[in-house]
Write a protein that binds this ligand. Structure first.
Ligand SMILES: Cc1cc2nc3c(=O)[nH]c(=O)nc-3n(C[C@H](O)[C@H](O)[C@H](O)COP(=O)(O)OP(=O)(O)OC[C@H]3O[C@@H](n4cnc5c(N)ncnc54)[C@H](O)[C@@H]3O)c2cc1C
Length: 356
């Protein structure tokens, strides 16, 4: 069997690495950039196997055990944990290591101009699977998206704390995370659906000045997050599998947090397992769909919650205060599915007045 992976970010490079260890699978990877330069908050929500992977690759730069959640500057939830829900990683290094390992195992990687990657395909080979892992980029022409700006700076900040501050009227949030605990580097930024980039830039600068005072800027970059992309891991044409999607390209982004790293890794792992199980491309697609049911539900729940937050606007603060503490622990672990939302509403019927 042959597998062609287009896009070697966190999800594509992980899939390539996993498949490259299988003797009977030929793997090809394409990207437009030799170096992974896309900015990120670099937080990865932990699952046991993801923790093991990140530790084994030696890319962990901070461990987040303290969390503050605010709405328009006012704290709605705060916790200190014994064990972290998130690691902060050197993501460029993670991607580089996964690509290098895949290459060492025999995967063939090529870097092409965007126009040329359009032409990469299975070349009519029946025993071949085309995987789209191009992150948010396939969606930016067709769906509404957030442009998030990320800053890296040396500043005085508790290197175990993450702060999220929601601005539902602007359709987005501000964050501040540690970036590298040993070197005293912080990662902060924001992204707002309903605001232009110069607004975001001015907002973030002011917010950080008020919070941190002075800082030494190291890097500043912006990139899209496709928070309203269609959730479509399997793409068919006239009943036939055209391609399978993983990561943000599949719509696996938690819109209420801009979280895409863990969903990217989980969807790549799910596709790897479906391919290893074997069968025709149709059977592999079915196996993959079955394995990503929870991710689909999480992504759908997050789209719904983001729309609700925007609709509630200034009432979102009161709504957040009405949520039970358990909700925020589940949110920070990124385990909110449609089923979970229904359960929380049934247990707390007072929430209905915000929803109906
Ligand atoms: C500023 C910012 C902060 C964020 N913070 C966090 C965070 O803290 N935690 C979190 O979990 N998520 C965060 N996200 C989201 C997260 O970065 C993405 O969801 C995640 O990187 C998606 O992984 P992916 O592998 O699907 O795609 P990507 O990592 O976007 O990789 C896509 C790859 O495709 C390549 N590519 C693009 N076009 C083509 C083409 N035509 N042909 C071939 N290759 C192509 C790109 O070069 C890239 O290597 C943030 C996003 C932004 C913008």
């Amino acid at each position: 069997m042959k597998v062609v992976v287009k896009g070697l970010g966190v999800s594509g490079s992980y899939l390539l690495y996993r498949l490259s260890r299988e003797a009977d699978i030929e793997v090809y990877g394409y990207d437009i950039s030799k170096k992974y330069v896309k900015p990120c908050g670099d937080a990865v929500t932990l699952r046991p196997w993801i923790r093991d992977l990140l530790e084994e690759l030696d890319v962990v730069r901070a461990s987040v055990t303290n969390y503050t959640v605010k709405v328009e500057g006012k704290t709605v939830f705060e916790t200190s944990l014994e064990r972290p829900y998130w690691y902060i990683v050197d993501k460029a290094l993670l991607v580089e290591k996964l690509r290098d390992r895949a290459t060492n195992n025999g995967a063939r990687i090529k870097y092409l101009r965007p126009h040329d990657t359009e032409r990469t395909s299975c070349n009519r080979s029946r025993d071949c699977i085309m995987v789209d892992a191009r992150g948010p980029f396939p969606h930016v022409k067709t769906t509404k998206y957030v442009i998030a700006i990320r800053y890296l700076a040396i500043a005085d900040w508790d290197m175990t704390r993450a702060l999220l501050d929601f601005y539902p009227r602007d359709g987005g949030l501000f964050w501040i995370f540690p970036a590298n605990a040993r070197e005293g580097i912080v990662n902060f930024g924001g992204g707002f659906l309903n605001r232009p980039i110069n607004y975001t830039e001015a907002f973030v600068k002011k917010y950080v000045k008020d919070l941190l005072g002075s800082y030494d800027l190291l890097d500043k970059r912006a990139s899209p997050i496709a928070v309203f992309s269609p959730i479509r891991p399997v793409e068919k044409n006239a009943g036939k599998i055209r391609k399978l999607r993983i990561g943000e390209s599949a719509g696996f982004i938690i819109s209420t947090a801009g979280e895409g790293n863990r969903p990217g890794l989980e969807s790549a792992e799910a596709l790897y397992n479906a391919i290893i199980e074997g069968g025709s491309p149709e059977e592999i697609a079915q196996g993959y769909s079955r394995r990503v049911r929870t991710l689909v539900s999480e992504a759908k729940a997050s789209r719904y919650a983001l729309k609700l937050a925007i609709r509630l606007g200034s009432r979102f603060y009161d709504f957040s205060r009405s949520l039970p503490e358990e909700f925020w622990y589940t949110y920070l672990q990124s385990k909110i599915t449609i089923g979970y939302l229904v359960k929380i509403i049934l247990k707390n019927p007072g929430l209905l007045r915000y929803i109906i």
